[in-house]
Every structure is written in structure tokens, then in C-alpha cells.
Design a protein around this ligand. Structure first.
Ligand SMILES: N[C@@H](CCC(=O)N[C@@H](CS)C(=O)NCC(=O)O)C(=O)O
Length: 208
């Protein structure tokens, strides 16, 4: 099998996909898409992701965009590494649920909060309200130590990465279960490896 190619820029959501790749043993080749020089809006990259955003992944003729989708794709492509429950495992439900809850509900809530956007109609807002999100998050983190219980999966990389950002920027308070979970996830060697690689690219490209 050819190696997947991860289209990446340091200090972006591409770090979540790189973290996933490192959990699996550094399975991706990295292709830099430098946002500072506008690589992401050039025709060559727009053919891969018409959004003109990183990350993106290509692999054996398949293109995947969206960081959560890339994490899920990689976990399935390297299923022997155990980062996704089997297709017939009932845990697959919770796996999908919380993997997509992060970008579908937590992230929009976070962006609204940081941008000072007030939703008048919580019935129409996909995430409901901040209170709803925090209550659901409490459920997601209640099995512990990971979302599906004892085994870390791609759902944790997506959730861990987003919660780390959300607390760093003050959108969610880092306390209790959330704090324990973030500390557990960011203590993982693959997170440290991703940080090391990203720091190097960031320095080389002048992102610090
Ligand atoms: N929903 C996408 C968001 C990707 C995204 O917004 N990437 C930002 C960097 S963090 C980007 O490429 N921005 C460049 C631009 O929009 O011009 C994902 O999760 O992958």
C-alpha cells in the first residue's frame, strides 16, 4: 500500500491529522501547503480541496478532507493498529457519534463564543446551547479513561485535539473531567511527536 499524503501546514487543524498519523506510527508523507504564501488557494491544491483549506489527504486514488474524516479514514486504513472499533462492534455507534460531535457541535459553539455571536434560537442552532454541549461532553467523557472506555481511538484524537484548543483559547473551562481528559491525551507520545515535528516546520516556515 502506498503511503497516504497529508497536506499540512503547521499551527492549523492539520496538526490533528498529523497527531493521528503519529499514533499509527507516522504513516503519512507530509506535503507542506504554506498558508502564508497562499499555496492553499492555488489551482493545484483547490483540485484536492475546493475549500482551499488544510488538512487534506490523498491515498491510493482517494481524497479525504476535513480533519475528523481524515482521522477516521486513517484509523480504518490501518485497522491493525486498533484505533477504530470493528465495523460490527456495537461501540462503532459511540465512535461515530463522538468523533463527529466534536466538529459538528463543540467547534461551532466554540467559534460562536469566541466571536461573541449570540444565537437567538437554540432549536435551530446545531449545537443547541453552550450548556447542552457541556452536558453532552460530560456524557462523552464519563466512560473513561477514553471515549469508548479503555481503548483510545480516533474519536479521542479528534476530541482531545479540539478540547485542547477550546480550553487554550478560553472557550471551554479546563477543569474536572475535561482537564483530566486533555492532560491524559496530550501526555501521549504521539502528541509529543506531532508537536516536535510541527515546531520544526513552524520554525522553518517562520510560523513562530
Ligand atoms: N472543517 C475543516 C476546517 C479546516 C480549516 O479551517 N483549516 C484552516 C486552518 S486551521 C485553513 O486552512 N484556513 C485557510 C483558509 O481558509 O484560507 C477541518 O476540520 O478540516
Amino acid at each position: 500500500m502506498a503511503k497516504p499524503v497529508l497536506y499540512y501546514c503547521p499551527r492549523t487543524r492539520a496538526e490533528t491529522a498529523m497527531w493521528m498519523s503519529e499514533e499509527l506510527g507516522g504513516v503519512c508523507d507530509i506535503k507542506i501547503v504554506n498558508l502564508k504564501t497562499g499555496d492553499h488557494k492555488k489551482p493545484e491544491f483547490l483540485k484536492i480541496n475546493p475549500m482551499g483549506k488544510v488538512p487534506a489527504l490523498t491515498h491510493d486514488g482517494v481524497t479525504v478532507t476535513e480533519s475528523a474524516a481524515i482521522c477516521v479514514y486513517l484509523a480504518d486504513a490501518f485497522a491493525d493498529k486498533g484505533f477504530a472499533p470493528a465495523l460490527n462492534d456495537p461501540k462503532r455507534g459511540a465512535y461515530y457519534r463522538w468523533t463527529f460531535y466534536a466538529p459538528s457541535c463543540i467547534e461551532p459553539m466554540m467559534l460562536d463564543k469566541l466571536g461573541g455571536v449570540k444565537r437567538e434560537n437554540s432549536m435551530a442552532a446545531g449545537y443547541g446551547s453552550e450548556e447542552d454541549v457541556l452536558k453532552s461532553l460530560d456524557v462523552a467523557l464519563s466512560a473513561g479513561p477514553y471515549i469508548l472506555g479503555d481503548n483510545v481511538t480516533a474519536a479521542d484524537i479528534v476530541m482531545g485535539s479540539l478540547l485542547n484548543f477550546a480550553t487554550m483559547f478560553g472557550a471551554i473551562e479546563k477543569k474536572g473531567k475535561i482537564a483530566d481528559y486533555i492532560d491524559r491525551m496530550t501526555a501521549r507520545p504521539a502528541y509529543a511527536k506531532m508537536q516536535e515535528i510541527s515546531a520544526k516546520y513552524a520554525a522553518d516556515l517562520g510560523y513562530e
